[in-house]
Design a protein around this ligand. Sequence first.
Ligand SMILES: *Cc1c(COP(=O)(O)O)cnc(C)c1O
Length: 386
Amino acid sequence: MEERGFFYRDTWAEVDLDCIHKNVASVKQLLPNGVEIIAVVKANAYGHGDVQVASEALAAGASYLAVAFMDEAMALRKKGIAAPILVLGASRAEDVQYACDHQITLTVFQMNWLLEAQKHLKTDSRLSVHIKLDTGMGRLGIRTKEELAEFEDFISRDERFHLEGVFTHFATADEPDQTYFHQQFELFQELVSALKVRPKYVHCSNSAATLRFKSNAYNTVRLGIAMYGLTPSLEMEPEIPFPLNEAFSLRSKLVHVKKLHKGDKVSYGATYEASGDEWIGTVPVGYADGWIRKLGSQEVLVNGIRVPIVGRICMDQFMVRLPQELPVGTKVTLIGKDHHQFISINEIAKKLETINYEIPCIITSRVPRLYKKNGKIVEIKNYLLQ
Ligand SMILES: *Cc1c(COP(=O)(O)O)cnc(C)c1O
């Protein structure tokens, strides 16, 4: 596949679908037989591309998808995804009929919501729901057995609701201290066993819990960050049972190269000053692409060598100090491998004092995504030109 005609700026993100495939397959292999995988593809698959990741995850053994909001589920349906999709977050009760029409499964956790939803469901509709239990995350969910019993009864009395699942979410599954995790898990067990009828899907594990506590998986896990080849936390890195393959790279090309002399300045505020003769390259990536100003002290890879960013990052461009004169068009790697060097998403996360989850998510839709399989480009998504 030829890149020409798909995008017109020399900046792109590469998503290696083979990595997604391998990561899902490794998790599948790790889990006890029969445990299903819900591939979490919210937030445009953590910035990687929703339909591309969803399709690959399904091909690799996932059987269900999850997103945060109904819009994300509808987007997947529009792109031809037929697999079941669970909306993990809150949806509007007024919108239930749309969820039904698109066979989207909703998360439920409020009595008033059910009462309101009843008003909006046609008589012959059937809405699949998963009950969310709050076992200590303090975000969404039912917290007591009494509430749960009332809730279950209500659902069972209305044919239009189909109780398909029950789940909870852990707050500390990636932390070295396991006390709170076990506390949450115990409460989950207690609440699940209080149900009169156990639904088809019982799930609690995110990536961290899946990788660390595979026997606690019940019959389904929700796999997010590990599918993208990233560790849920730095602390649990030594506990990852198989190599994770990082799928996301960010690349660009030098669009201008010039020689500066001692005292010449670079970028807004003229904060960088050349200390002698220096080769300065311009890279067409800026904070509007998610390469935020705080990355001003980051390095990038050029011909397998780390080179420093100099001067302030602009909205659309930044400058680097090159070891020598290099031709315009030379590839620049901001995230990913180049020759034997590697800039990991963790490195960028550390620089930004945040978690790896945030990094691909903040690379904006101005950056086209290139999809690779077997080293070949199989699809190019330019959000600007759709
Ligand atoms: C995002 C999310 C996940 C995925 O978590 P990872 O740590 O990325 O595996 C699972 N469950 C819920 C409810 C989520 O919101």
